[in-house]
Design a protein around this ligand. Structure first.
Ligand SMILES: [Zn+2]
Ligand SMILES: [Zn+2]
Length: 216
């Protein structure tokens, strides 16, 4: 079974469901991340609750990551392509694993490319297929339909360039694949993963951490 992420139209900037764009929902005391390369504020990319079916909350070890967790992803878009924002450890992107309890919208930095041009809802849909390419084929019977498919939740990553699963900075274990994401439904309001790239999200249940990278 593969859980696809499907474009579900525009939504509110603080919508609690899975979405790209808008403003992040973060715990108290959160400091908006900046880019290690250019120093600018990162763009908020993805709000992804893991409590949907297929969100792999059931597989959390020792309850360290359970239902109700949220992955939040940021990346530098101040000068796309110049900050190595594809790199999981380069400091030009940042991913977090938050407990959903008590999250709220922070103040958005006044300067920099901090928000996507649209807030796009994602919905999950389970497809009886062994992997992402097979699920895409099974779900989308034409080009218009395949454009709606924005990635997958859980399962196995469909790498463009080969396995780059990051090791957790906290415990050095291979991180758990959590989701992959297309650049966006409408390129005029999308993130840039190098042009037709795919973003990959990983988490470490033990360390309560997350990582992001993209390939194209
Ligand atoms: Zn940067
Ligand atoms: Zn770890």
């Amino acid at each position: 079974m593969t859980t696809l992420l499907i474009h579900a139209g525009e939504t509110g900037a603080q919508a609690p469901g899975p979405r790209t764009g808008g403003v992040p929902l973060v715990p108290p005391g959160f400091v908006w991340p900046t880019c290690r390369a250019c120093g600018g504020a990162l763009l908020f990319l993805l709000h992804l609750p893991l409590d949907e079916d297929g969100g792999d909350g059931d597989r959390a070890e020792g309850g360290a990551r359970g239902r109700g967790d949220v992955v939040s992803v940021f990346l530098c878009q101040n000068d796309p392509g110049m900050c190595d924002e594809w790199d999981a450890t380069g400091g030009a992107n940042r991913a977090y694993l938050f407990a959903a309890e008590g999250l709220a919208a922070p103040a958005v930095p006044a300067h920099g490319e901090t928000r996507l041009g649209a807030v796009s809802a994602l919905r999950t849909e389970e497809v009886d297929a062994a992997g992402f390419p097979e699920a895409l084929d099974a779900w989308a019977d034409d080009d218009a339909a395949s454009l709606l498919v924005q990635g997958q939740l859980g399962g196995e990553p469909a790498w463009i360039q080969g396995d780059e699963t990051p090791h957790c900075p906290g415990c050095a274990e291979r991180m758990t694949f959590t989701a992959q994401l297309e650049e966006g439904y409408d390129f005029s309001t999308s993130a840039n993963f190098g042009g037709g790239g795919i973003g990959y999200v990983f988490t470490c249940a033990r360390c309560r951490d997350a990582a992001f990278l993209w390939q194209c």
